[in-house]
Design a protein around this ligand. Structure first.
Ligand code: FES
Length: 60
């Protein structure tokens, strides 16, 4: 069992995967999803993805 926190429940994507997408150069919500080979569905996770992007920009 993984204890990673799922951020996008539609696609079962953990926060850590969004963080690594940002580290690999994703600059937007769309490009984060694109790196994972999918697109947002319900958009509930978008504010959290934006927060991860903002955090990544601050620390880079
Ligand atoms: S929770 Fe991410 S698109 Fe629905």
């Amino acid at each position: 069992m993984s204890n990673q926190r799922t951020m996008c429940t539609c696609h079962n994507i953990a926060r850590e995967r969004f963080q690594s997408a940002c580290e690999q150069g994703a600059q937007s919500v769309k490009s984060c999803f694109k790196q994972m080979g999918c697109m947002p569905k319900c958009s509930d996770c978008i504010p959290m993805v934006r927060a991860v992007l903002a955090q990544a920009k601050k620390t880079s």
